[in-house]
Design a binder for this molecule. Structure first.
Ligand SMILES: *[C@@H]1O[C@H](CO)[C@@H](O)[C@H](O)[C@H]1NC(C)=O
Ligand SMILES: *[C@@H]1O[C@H](CO)[C@@H](O)[C@H](O)[C@H]1NC(C)=O
Ligand SMILES: *[C@@H]1O[C@H](CO)[C@@H](O)[C@H](O)[C@H]1NC(C)=O
Ligand SMILES: *[C@@H]1O[C@H](CO)[C@@H](O)[C@H](O)[C@H]1NC(C)=O
Ligand SMILES: *[C@@H]1O[C@H](CO)[C@@H](O)[C@H](O)[C@H]1NC(C)=O
Length: 370
C-alpha cells in the first residue's frame, strides 16, 4: 500500500482538515473537508469525505509536488496541513516541496526572520495517530512540523534535501507529548530532528541522519513563556557527515526555561564535526548579547555509548550557562576518535561537573575552561 493515503482508523473526532493546492503552476488553494461532506462534529465518520478531498487535490498521485514559487503561498502557510484529528492513520505518499527557488531567496541569516517560507507537512493537534512511510523532498523550509500533538508515532519517515538547503529541518517537534519517531532516514540542510519548547516524553530511535546539522534539543530561550522540555530519549541512531551530532542549544540573554531528563544512548557518529554538544551560547546569526548568560536550566542529561569519528578535534563540548550551571550531567562509555593533523580528540567544558563512568575517550572535562 505504498504511495497511498489510507485512513484505517475511523472516527476522526473534531475534524477540521485543509491542505494547500498541490498541482504545479496552480495558485495554492485551500481544501476544506467540510466542502466534501465532512461533518467535523466529532461524532460522524468523515473518512470518506477526507478521502474525496484528498483525491480531488491530486494526492492520489504517486508524487505530489508543491508550487515551486514561494509567492504562491501566503507567508507562514504550510503546504499540507493535518489539523485537529484524533485517531488518524496516514500511510505512504511522497511530497516534493520543490524548494530550490525558495532556498535561493532565503535571507534569514541577514534578517534573523526565518519563518516566512512554507513548511512541507504540518501536523497540528493530532492525537493517538500513526504516520507511516511518508517521504518529504526538497522542502522550502522545515520538512515536517509537529505541534501540539499527543501520542503520535511516525514510522519509516524518509526525508531528503541537499546539504546546501537553508533551514530545512527534517522533523521539528514543539509543545507535544508522547511523540515517537522510529526508523527515519533524514538527509537535509539543517537539523535532522529538532525539539522545541514543550516537548515531553519524546522518543527518537533508529534514525539515520546526515548530511544535516544533527539531532538537536532547542534552540530554547528565545521566546517568553516557553514550556519545559523533559523526558527525551534519543537512541540507536547513526549520524554521518553532519555539523553536530547530538546537541542541546539555548540562547544567551534568554528567557527562563527548563530542559531536563534528556537521554542519548547508543549513537554512532561518522565524521561528525562536534559529536556531543551542549551550547548555551547558541547565537547563529551573531545578533545576541553573548555575554549575558542563558537562563535555561539544563539538568539530568545522560550520554551513554556514543562512538565513532569526529571530523574536528573538539569532539565533546559542554558549554553550560554561567548564570545557571548544568546539573547532573553524566557520561558513560564515550569513544570518539579524531583522525587529523592536529592531534587526538579533545573535550572542552564550562559550568558543568559531569559524572564520569566507563571508558571515556577523549577524556571529558579534564581541564575546565572559562
Ligand atoms: C496511542 O495511539 C495509538 C494509535 O492510535 C493507540 O493504539 C493507543 O491506544 C494510544 N495510547 C494511549 C495511551 O492512548
Ligand atoms: C515507538 O514505536 C516503535 C514502533 O512502533 C515501538 O516499537 C516502540 O516501542 C515505541 N516506543 C515508544 C517509547 O513508544
Ligand atoms: C538498541 O540497540 C541495542 C544495542 O544494539 C539493542 O540491544 C536494543 O534492543 C536496541 N533498542 C531498540 C529500541 O532498538
Ligand atoms: C567529513 O566531513 C567533512 C565536513 O563535513 C566533509 O567535508 C568530508 O567530505 C567528510 N569526509 C568524508 C570521508 O566523508
Ligand atoms: C586544527 O588546528 C588549527 C589551529 O588551531 C585550527 O585552525 C583548525 O580548525 C583545526 N582543524 C581541525 C580539523 O580541527
Amino acid at each position: 500500500m505504498k504511495n497511498e493515503i489510507r485512513f484505517a482508523s475511523i472516527k476522526a473526532i473534531c475534524l477540521i482538515w485543509c491542505f494547500m493546492g498541490l498541482i504545479e503552476g496552480n495558485q495554492a488553494n485551500d481544501f476544506d473537508v467540510k466542502k466534501y461532506g465532512a461533518k467535523a462534529d466529532g461524532k460522524s465518520d468523515d473518512n470518506k469525505a477526507i478521502e474525496n478531498a484528498w483525491k480531488e487535490a491530486g494526492m492520489s498521485r504517486k508524487e505530489s509536488r508543491a508550487p515551486a514559487d514561494p509567492a504562491k503561498f501566503k507567508s507562514q502557510d504550510s503546504w499540507i496541513v493535518f489539523n485537529n484529528v484524533n485517531g488518524l492513520t496516514v500511510e505512504g505518499g511522497t511530497f516534493d516541496g520543490q524548494g530550490a527557488i525558495a532556498w535561493s531567496k532565503n535571507d534569514c541569516a541577514k534578517t534573523g526572520t526565518c519563518d516566512s517560507l512554507p513548511i512541507n507537512l504540518a501536523f497540528n493537534k493530532l492525537t493517538n495517530s500513526v504516520i507511516r512511510s511518508i517521504t518529504s523532498l526538497n522542502s522550502k523550509l522545515f520538512h515536517m512540523n509537529i505541534l501540539n500533538c499527543k501520542n503520535v508515532t511516525f514510522q519509516r519517515t524518509t526525508i531528503n534535501a541537499p546539504e546546501i538547503s537553508l533551514n530545512t529541518d527534517g522533523i521539528h517537534i514543539g509543545r507535544s507529548t508522547g511523540v515517537n519517531i522510529t526508523d527515519a532516514d533524514i538527509k537535509t540542510g539543517d537539523d535532522c530532528v529538532s525539539l522545541g519548547d514543550g516537548c515531553q516524553q519524546v522518543n527518537i530511535e533508529k534514525v539515520t541522519c546526515g548530511p544535516g546539522h544533527g539531532i538537536s534539543i532547542g534552540s530554547l530561550g528565545k521566546y517568553q513563556n516557553e514550556q519545559p522540555v523533559e523526558g527525551i530519549t534519543v537512541r540507536n541512531c547513526t549520524i554521518t557527515n553532519t555539523m553536530n551530532g547530538i546537541r542541546v542549544k539555548t540562547w544567551p540573554a534568554s528567557t527562563v526555561g527548563v530542559a531536563r531528563s534528556l537521554s542519548f544512548d547508543n549513537i554512532v557518529m561518522n565524521n561528525v564535526s562536534t559529536p556531543i554538544l551542549i551550547d548555551q551560547q547558541y547565537c547563529p546569526y551573531g545578533q545576541c548579547k553573548a555575554e549575558v548568560p542563558s537562563r535555561v536550566k539544563i539538568s539530568d542529561v545522560s550520554f551513554n555509548a556514543i562512538k565513532g569519528t569526529s571530523a574536528t578535534q573538539l569532539a565533546v563540548k559542554l558549554f553550560c550557562s554561567r548564570g545557571i550551571p548544568c546539573e547532573n550531567v553524566a557520561l558513560n562509555d564515550i569513544n570518539l576518535v579524531y583522525h587529523g593533523i592536529n592531534g587526538t580528540a579533545i573535550s572542552e567544558c564550562a559550568n558543568v561537573k559531569p559524572k564520569l563512568t566507563g571508558n571515556l575517550f577523549p577524556p571529558v572535562c579534564a581541564v575546565s575552561s572559562h
